[in-house]
Design a protein around this ligand. Structure first.
Ligand code: MLC
Ligand code: AMP
Length: 480
């Protein structure tokens, strides 16, 4: 079966089946334009896509999928170091981008370094070539995501994993062609791209992408199904007029980070809809969710999706009971799981158990009724800020590259708006300011990875082994 059932099946089309940042396309137009991309990329080892929220990005992604070429979304704000790593590591031969994209220069320069060819995408082009559907176990995507240390890792995602996840979500949320999906999330992650774009092209729902996920944009879109990260929902809950415009929607869905209970409650009060909360990871796609026809409990992510299995494991590796009290590491198995990290057997060895379960690194509690509650992350070194996953080690390494930095420790400080904010503690080795260091990191990594705050300190708290006491730094960061 085709991955993008509704797109390729041609049913129920309209001139604005897809609206992104004010520009509209019918599914027929998208299919013709994407096929023109497919004609140019067929046979390539991988297709990188400079993933701005644009019709060009969707055209390029769909073109890669039609041609059976693995798609590698490139965050448009990633710094040169990150960009070069992604292009080189993924083996991408082509970098698709919008014609006339004024910011494409840097990426193309980075691409030139890696021997990648720039591929301008014109959504007005058309082709009617037909491509045979690729095998389900073929790679659909390589999605780059941060670990606690080192450069981002490429998670290899099979086409059938995407299809299985979208079908399980459609069942849980009663997501159909009757829906109009609205969101404004970035198009280089699971949430915004796989669910937020491919979900619409598989179910046949209309899609309105608001460019950025602002309360005003969501209020004006008139959708039935809304996606957001908790930061988006908390900003909407702080804007009662915009929130009340969502009263006519069918379902509001939160994910990518914990939705604070007060935000859940405020949203329910202002919109009349208790939000759905779902849990997932780049590596596993979405695995647990509350259901459209079931209980939506604040602070809980609900039940495993169809086909997904979960278990809790204690520090000794032994199972712990699902009694609503005992915490354990959440492990998952099922058809939505990734195949492994590209070129990283070491990371694979850490991520999988001997019996084939994926270690999420999240700590959770499961109730006797099967409801899951995510308690937190096992490691303080994986930060979630505004729904973005950020490795403390990657930011620390970027800071240490600065000549006036002797050492640095990065933590995710509690933050009302972002969930966690990146805060860097730096031992200077010469005259330097926090602003200079933030700018230095921004030149190398994505915007959302740069510290929101830099604290210059004479030394870092360490234990007897010399390891930095991050929990102590976290406690200090919360006092400010
Ligand atoms: C950001 N800015 C900074 C800065 N960081 N300026 C100075 N110093 C820093 N440290 C700038 C930004 O560039 C921006 O500038 C402005 O400040 C506002 O930034 P912001 O506070 O980050 O706000 P915003 O851009 O609105 O971002 C909030 C957000 C964003 C929620 C929209 O974080 C977001 O899109 N998050 C979604 C992440 C996501 O999709 N995750 C899914 C992962 S998949 P300017 O000039 O641009 O305004 C996954 C699986 C699953 O997790 O379960 O779903
Ligand atoms: P990413 O790989 O960017 O998708 O990040 C995955 C991580 O986001 C998970 O390991 C969790 O820590 C976190 N996460 C996603 N959804 C939720 C949720 N609903 N509640 C709590 N944490 C979540």
């Amino acid at each position: 079966m085709a991955l993008l059932t509704a797109l390729q099946g041609g049913f129920g089309d309209s001139s604005d089946a897809l609206r992104i940042d004010g520009r509209a396309l019918s599914r027929e137009d998208l299919l013709g334009a994407a096929t023109a991309v497919a004609d140019r990329v067929a046979g390539a080892p991988a297709l990188a896509v400079l993933a701005r929220p644009s019709v060009e990005t969707v055209t390029a992604v769909v073109g890669g999928l039609l041609a059976g070429v693995p798609v590698v979304p490139l965050p448009p704000d990633s710094g040169p170091k990150e960009r070069e790593h992604i292009l080189r590591d993924s083996g991408a031969a082509l970098l698709a981008h919008a014609i006339g994209d004024s910011a494409v220069g840097d990426s193309v320069a980075a691409a030139a370094v890696s021997g990648v060819e720039a591929l301008p995408v014109d959504p007005a082009q058309r082709s009617a070539t037909t491509y045979a559907e690729s095998a389900g176990d073929a790679t659909g995507f390589v999605l780059y995501t941060s670990g606690t240390t080192g450069a981002p890792k490429g998670a290899v995602i099979r086409r059938e994993a995407v299809a299985a996840d979208l079908d399980a979500l459609a069942a849980a949320w009663r997501w159909t062609a009757e829906d109009t999906l609205v969101h404004g999330l970035p198009l280089f992650h699971v949430h915004g791209l796989l669910l937020g774009v491919l979900g619409a092209l598989r179910t046949g729902s209309r899609l309105v992408h608001t460019g950025r996920p602002t309360p005003a944009g969501y209020a004006a879109a008139g959708g039935s199904l809304y996606f957001g990260v908790p930061t988006v929902w908390s900003r909407l809950a702080a804007d009662p007029e915009a929130a009340s415009a969502l009263a006519g929607a069918r379902l509001l869905v939160s994910g990518s980070a914990p939705l604070p209970v007060p935000v859940f409650e405020k949203l329910a009060e202002l919109t009349g809809h208790a939000p759905i909360e779902r849990y997932g990871m780049t590596e596993s796609l979405i695995t647990v969710s509350t259901r459209a026809d079931g209980e939506r409990r604040p602070g809980s992510v609900g039940l495993p999706l169809d086909g997904v299995r979960t278990r809790l494991v204690g520090e000794d590796g032994a199972p712990v009971p699902s009694d609503g009290e005992t915490v354990g590491e959440l492990q998952v198995a099922g058809p939505t799981l990734f195949s492994g990290y590209l070129n990283r057997p070491d990371a694979d060895a850490e991520a999988w158990t001997a019996d084939g379960w994926f270690r999420t690194g999240d700590v959770a509690v499961i109730g006797a009724d099967g409801f899951h509650r995510i308690v937190g992350r096992a490691s303080v070194d994986l930060i979630k800020s505004g729904g973005y996953r950020i490795g403390a080690g990657e930011v620390e390494a970027a800071l240490r590259d600065h000549p006036a930095v002797a050492d640095a420790a990065v933590v995710g400080a509690p933050d009302e708006d972002l969930g966690q904010a990146v805060v860097a503690y730096v031992i200077p080795d010469g005259p330097v300011t926090g602003d200079q260091l933030t700018a230095f990191v921004a030149e190398r990594l994505s915007v959302h990875k740069r510290p929101r705050r830099v604290v210059l300190v004479p030394e870092l708290p360490r234990n007897a082994m010399g390891k930095v006491l991050k929990k102590q730094l976290l406690a200090e960061s919360g006092e400010r």
